[in-house]
Design a protein around this ligand. Structure first.
Ligand code: FMN
Length: 308
């Protein structure tokens, strides 16, 4: 049977599937429905220095092939997280990535320092791309990306991943700034700014008007961003995230050059998605005599593979 194990950051992850930040919460509720052996890692909901109650309701609306959310980084804040949530997360039988966001580089460095003595995380993910909070998106400005990354990487003994937006700024420039300032990898992409209007009332559906679109609707955009960034940076670790929901989209993301594949909206539809995808991926690899999923990563950049 083909192996799905992926070795990155000096560690072996059971599969290339990573639960993306947000929909999986802190993983504790989800863990009963999950087959832990099918998940490479879980990313926590993003934590900020202070608690955030998030945006006013309504903050989630359906759309064809996805949903638009404007949760607004609701989270308990770092002190409550460390006291109340971290102990349960540390016991999850799945490797963990800790997602952090802050309003300035100096706040980010303090936040990373604060989590420095927590055990149980494989990497820190800097969320520089939330479309649902006030102000400009940090990840759209390569200079700011460099500053935030330097601030975090200088304080962290763990690898630092930088999560960037797919629809604003010059993505390759932002990736370059992150990697130059010490990022060990990139998470691409966050949800994309979207809007729905209730045509029976003429009023925008979300209280904050715009939100972030996720789900299969954004898959081709996420795929293009991953392909483009893999081409520019052949060696860096990439978590390709956006609209992956079935074997075909998973394979495409791997072929485009993702080392790991994030599942966000797909987990809201089916919490057993990782187990189902792993089963199908193993069969697909076996049928084509691949010994490991790592053999197909990035193959779209080198002429694909011979069909057996
Ligand atoms: C309800 C919801 C909450 C989210 N919260 C976060 C978050 O806290 N931090 C973050 O980095 N991304 C967050 N995201 C974005 C996802 O991690 C992911 O990047 C995006 O939705 C695209 O992937 P998908 O199409 O598989 O959902 C959230 C997405 C959704 C749908």
């Amino acid at each position: 049977m083909a192996t799905l194990t992926c070795e990155r950051f000096g560690k072996a992850f059971a599969s290339p599937l990573v639960l993306a930040s947000g929909p999986a919460g802190f993983g504790v509720e989800l863990s009963a429905a999950l087959d832990a052996s099918s998940v490479g890692a879980i990313t926590t909901k993003t934590i900020t220095p202070e608690p955030r109650s998030g945006n006013a309701q309504p903050r989630l609306v359906d759309c064809p092939a996805g949903a638009i959310n404007s949760i607004g980084l609701e989270n308990p804040g770092i002190e409550s997280f460390v006291r109340n949530d971290h102990p349960a997360i540390e016991r999850l039988p799945i490797p963990r990535l800790l997602s952090l966001a802050a309003a300035s580089a100096s706040q980010m460095s303090a936040l990373v320092r604060r989590v420095g003595d927590l055990d149980g995380y494989e990497a820190i993910e800097l969320n520089l791309s939330c479309p649902n909070i006030g102000g400009a998106i940090t990840g759209a400005d390569a200079g700011a990306v460099g500053e935030f990354t330097r601030a975090a990487a200088g304080e962290s003994a763990l690898p630092v991943l930088v999560k960037l937006p797919g629809d604003t700024g010059n993505l390759v420039e932002s990736c370059e700034a992150a990697l130059r300032q010490g990022a060990a990898g990139l998470t691409l992409i966050n949800s994309l700014r979207g809007l729905r209007i209730d045509w029976s009332t003429g009023v925008p559906c979300l209280s904050r008007i715009y939100g972030g679109l996720s789900g299969p609707a954004i898959f081709p955009i996420a795929l293009a961003r991953v392909y483009e960034v893999r081409r520019a940076f052949p060696e860096t670790v990439i978590i390709g995230t956006g609209g992956v929901s079935d074997l075909g989209s998973l394979l495409e993301m791997l072929l485009a050059g993702a080392d790991f594949v994030g599942l966000g909206f797909g987990m809201m539809v089916d919490p057993q998605l990782p187990e189902k995808l792993c089963g199908k991926l193993e069969t697909w690899l076996d049928d084509r005599s691949f010994k490991s999923v790592q053999e197909i990563m990035g193959l779209a950049h080198s002429g694909g593979f011979n069909v057996h």
